[in-house]
Design a protein around this ligand. Structure first.
Ligand SMILES: [Zn+2]
Length: 244
């Protein structure tokens, strides 16, 4: 991998063989991070963004190693580009949506109609309208349940079933480096917990579970990374808001 920025796609080096790919045409709040984790034998891609421009065309070096892609959950900003990867994992509860990514199931509608500013600019070469956007089906080639370990060769990533934002939401943890990828259950911003498939008690339970892990770095699905102390603060702030 290598750093890259053409104004549409940006690739950032986060150290430890971890990279973040961002689709700059999406506003940050709706810009699902594409996290890349390199092991000795293969590369893990956590989520695939909107997929409105071809990663293979813009950053072909992403594909120069064997790749396993995993969908943390099936909202449009995380699975729109999943069809670009041949090997795709998802939790069983959201496998149906990955195979048949309807506009309501993936939250394209009503979210993007209510928030037309979700796009910072139109991706090159396409006229974007939420009502006309149909995410290509990308049926899973494997299923991931809680406790599954993805072995990248000398590097193991633990999969955690963390429902609450969506029924089959997955988070990821690398114990050796004390790195947590909570994707969309905690980040520096409002967690949408009133959308179809979201459930506050489940989300609170998933949050409690995260506190069992030793965490130095948190690499979320939106906005900037933070540390383990900030994780505790954000979870506590959310909990106290929900308990009043
Ligand atoms: Zn998201």
């Amino acid at each position: 991998m290598e750093p890259y920025d053409d104004g549409v796609i940006r690739v950032e080096d986060h150290g430890d063989g971890i990279w973040r790919i961002e689709e700059l045409f999406a506003m940050p709040a709706a810009r699902g991070a594409i996290w890349v984790v390199d092991g000795a034998e293969r590369r893990l891609v956590i989520d695939a963004g909107w997929g409105l421009v071809s990663l293979r065309d813009r950053i072909p070096f992403l594909f120069n190693r064997p790749i396993l892609a995993v969908a943390s959950h099936t909202h449009f900003d995380h699975i729109g580009g999943m069809h670009q990867f041949a090997d795709r994992l998802v939790h069983p509860l959201e496998a149906g949506i990955l195979a048949d990514p309807g506009q309501k199931a993936t939250q394209i509608l009503p979210y993007l109609e209510d928030y037309p500013e979700s796009l910072a600019f139109e991706p090159p070469g396409r006229k974007f309208r939420a009502r006309d956007w149909h995410i290509p089906p990308a049926p899973a080639t494997g299923l991931v349940e809680d406790g599954h370990v993805i072995d990248l060769g000398g590097r193991e990533i633990l999969c955690l079933h963390t429902p609450g934002r969506s029924p089959g939401h997955l988070s990821f943890y690398e114990a050796a480096r004390r790195i947590l990828f909570p994707v969309d259950i905690v980040y520096e911003g409002d967690i949408l917990d009133d959308i179809p498939g979201a459930d506050v008690p489940s989300l609170l339970a998933s949050h409690r579970r995260l506190l069992n892990f030793d965490v130095d770095r948190v690499l979320p699905g939106h906005f900037a990374p933070f540390d383990g102390q900030r994780l505790v603060e954000l979870l506590e702030a959310y909990r106290s808001r929900k308990l009043v």
